[in-house]
Ligand binder design. Sequence first.
Ligand SMILES: O=C(O)CCC(=O)C(=O)O
Ligand SMILES: [Fe+2]
Length: 340
Amino acid sequence: MASERLFEHIVSFPDDVPTAPLHTIPLAGLRSGDQDIAKTAFAACQELGFFLLDLRGDSLGDMVIEEIDKLFDVGKDLLNLPQDVKEKYLNDAPKSFLGFKPRGQAKIETSEPDRFEWFNVGQDGLMGNTEPQSLPPLVQDQLSLFRSFLGHSQSIVGTINSTLATQLGLPANAFASLQKPTEPSGTVVRFIKAFASPATEDLRTSMIHHTDFGTITLLANILGGLQILGPDRSPGDKDAWLWVRPQPGCLIVNLGDAMVQWAGGLLRSNVHRISFAPGEQRFSDRYSLALLVRPEREASMKNLTGHGEDGEDGDLTAWEWEVKKAMALTHRAAAEGVKP
Ligand SMILES: O=C(O)CCC(=O)C(=O)O
Ligand SMILES: [Fe+2]
């Protein structure tokens, strides 16, 4: 998450909404191999699949906080470019999610249009794994910041990966070796703008409920809006949603479906969504920044743990598996009258 500085001038998160009981894991403790901290992180990834990672007081973490502060400014400028400029970088969904997604391109649960924009900057272009992505000058001017943030945050992802693999009794590099940043993948740095909700008809979902496809997501936001579905609850139950209270200096970490597949179901990817922001925060536009890590395209999706069913998905590469999941989502959405 961003530093305290970015939290100074916002309307505060209300105290009277139900919040998710997230563990706070100090990055310094994870990086130094503290066993109690590793066990708590593992338990959080089994129970809820979400935790807060406190970056403060760790040399790597402190650099990431500074980079996030700077990237928040870039993200705001980027998503506040004139519409016709942003549309020069339109994504080619579902073939590619790189670039700009306009507001209302997808639907929410009620079939109404969504209320957010995003701009995805692919790791592959930044790392030189593929041709560079076409990007607006204000991003081009900051490529060294993007690369530095990517390197540092991938190092944090590496620590989480090795902690979880070790706790599962696997070799420490079991997960990391399937998602090397130097190999082609769908990994992106994502900027999101979820629009303010001043009117009564705005008091609905911004981004439809989903689980992340990939392995690990690192998320920074300042205003509330992210909600997690209580485990074993139904998305249609309005009391089942718990708000995540953004904390200065902390990242929100959550696991995606690929991690669950590799772990034979021993880890959890939890359903979440972006709602309108709580309390008085709903009158402001909400910006968030995420690193969404995906497996290498050619990685095997085989269950590494021997726990649970391997299923036919174990024979697929990550790329084939992602295409299969995207198709299933599209079919389900068509059947439900909802476009993802
Ligand atoms: O902005 C947020 O808080 C969540 C975004 C999210 O869930 C996603 O991009 O997958
Ligand atoms: Fe997500």
